[in-house]
Design a protein around this ligand. Structure first.
Ligand SMILES: *Cc1c(COP(=O)(O)O)cnc(C)c1O
Length: 226
């Protein structure tokens, strides 16, 4: 049962500062409604088209997080409602988010996505690239994007030592950026890491947002969206 699973995760998070993002990709809106009715409010989707299709079907107080790679030309579709874009990996993307958020008179929250996994295919910034963004004039003049932390996807492995190393690496980036660029900004506080298979380790290593899909909704069937 989705409600039991959701309550289980909420209980796991009791006494921590971390929150749950229920990753709803590939699941039909009826199941998302079930998660909402059980108290879930932070939902994560990884595809713009799917997010845009589901959002109007569900209650307006859901905090939508985009957790997948975002192409600049698709920002306009999510700008009217998205709460947090967790996958910011370029200045160009940040500039487009700023532009689209301004059009809608909104402030969109964002996380800088770091490359922490061994796999080459996973998206994300290096520390040097992130600092280049944060030091740019373009970034400093932005008023409609608020960076609230960092995000990372660890290697798909059950090697605990490796996972811990990667989570620590991400936390290290967070702490460095916090001290250097965001010391006066309490809103910069999120470390988004940990999924169904590795969220316990991620919490131990300081995660503030776990992104959990299959452990709540069951296995995904990529053939049958909604
Ligand atoms: C799908 C996805 C998750 C959730 O994965 P599960 O293993 O189903 O918990 C978390 N983060 C990202 C970026 C994802 O794409």
């Amino acid at each position: 049962m989705i409600s039991d699973n959701l309550h289980y995760f909420e209980s796991q998070l009791q006494g921590t500062k971390a929150r749950l993002v229920a990753v709803t990709k590939t699941h039909p809106v009826a199941l998302l409604q079930e998660a909402y009715d059980a108290g879930g409010r932070l939902f994560g989707e990884n595809k713009v088209q799917e997010l845009v299709a589901k959002q109007p079907e569900l209650p307006a107080d859901i905090e939508w997080h985009l957790i997948g790679h975002l192409q600049t030309n698709k920002v306009k579709y999510v700008a009217p409602f998205v709460h947090t874009i967790q996958s910011i990996d370029s200045l160009k993307l940040l500039q487009e988010i700023e532009r689209q958020a301004a059009k809608h008179g909104r402030v969109i929250q964002g996380l800088l996505q770091f490359h922490i996994a061994a796999e080459e295919t996973k998206f994300g910034l290096s520390l040097a690239e992130a600092e280049e963004i944060l030091e740019s004039e373009a970034y400093r003049s932005m008023r409609h994007v608020q960076l609230t932390g960092v995000m990372g996807v660890a290697t798909n492995t059950d090697d605990e030592q490796q996972l811990r190393r990667e989570f620590r690496e991400l936390r290290g980036y967070f702490e460095h950026l916090k001290a250097r660029y965001f010391a006066q900004q309490p809103a910069f506080r999120e470390i988004s890491m940990g999924m169904s298979s590795d969220y316990r380790l991620a919490l131990e290593e300081g995660s503030t947002l776990i992104r959990v899909g299959s452990a709540i909704f069951g296995a995904r069937n990529y053939g049958a969206v909604s």
